[in-house]
Design a binder for this molecule. Structure first.
Ligand SMILES: Cc1cc2nc3c(=O)[nH]c(=O)nc-3n(C[C@H](O)[C@H](O)[C@H](O)COP(=O)(O)O)c2cc1C
Length: 215
């Protein structure tokens, strides 16, 4: 064991947060105390980012009419997604894919504008900005779980329509609508598994040595 390791209890807590984090779509209303929300956003902001570009921008939605408009955008995309799914369309429409109206806090997370100026680590892989933003969201997700709050990442929306709604500058791009807040209980397994939509694959099928392997 490394001398730098956390104590056994601390390690267990880290792994517990990872294992028990769920993408939540059912919320019990309530509120998130301002100091707790600040703590969670600080956790997100401590994420790694390519070239330390910190490409994330968080927009807290507090106006009810704006929340409703975002819900409308997601509904539109939910219908289009169902159409694109063909034979699984009805099954998809029965899934709950967001908790926008019920969550205590609604956040939009976006990539900043002017990202082309950041070349370090992105010359051949420009999408590393997106990867960095995802790290921030995962930090927030895990910290929220440890605090007993649920979070859901909603990506069913037309990015330009959401950018227009939020007066975002050209070149920026919203990538997440985050529903955050108290929940009655956490799903014991991913909801898509509970609902029979998808089956997770074990790590053993996705872990290779020295070269890509096809089973
Ligand atoms: C980038 C990203 C986008 C997602 N978008 C949605 C979404 O629009 N609606 C939804 O219900 N779930 C969304 N999810 C949640 C996934 O469905 C969920 O993470 C997956 O089913 C595994 O469940 P778990 O997070 O509870 O382990 C998204 C997750 C990620 C990482």
């Amino acid at each position: 064991m490394s001398e730098q390791a956390f104590s056994p209890e601390e390690r267990a807590a880290v792994y517990r947060a990872i294992a028990e984090r769920r993408d939540m779509r059912h919320f019990s209303g309530g509120e998130v105390a301002p100091e707790l929300l600040a703590r969670l956003l600080e956790a997100a902001h401590q994420a790694p980012s390519v070239g330390l570009m910190q490409p994330w921008r968080f927009i807290r939605i507090t106006r009810p009419a704006l929340r409703e408009a975002i819900h409308g955008l997601v509904e539109e995309e939910r219908t289009r997604t169902a159409e694109a799914l063909g034979e699984r369309s009805d099954e998809f429409m029965r899934l709950k894919v967001e908790g926008i109206r019920d969550c205590a806090e609604l956040l939009v997370v976006a990539l900043m504008d002017g990202r082309e100026a950041h070349v370090f680590g992105r010359r051949t892989l420009p999408e590393m900005d997106l990867a960095s933003l995802a790290c921030a969201i995962q930090n927030l997700w895990l910290a929220a779980r440890a605090e007993g709050l649920g979070m859901g990442w909603v990506s069913l929306f037309e990015p330009q329509a959401l950018a227009d709604l939020l007066n975002m500058p050209t070149g920026s791009k919203p990538l997440a609508v985050l529903c955050l807040g108290p929940v009655t209980e956490f799903y014991e397994a991913p909801m898509l598994v509970q609902q029979g939509w998808a089956e997770p694959r074990p790590l053993s099928e996705l872990l290779f040595e020295n070269q890509w392997s096809t089973p």
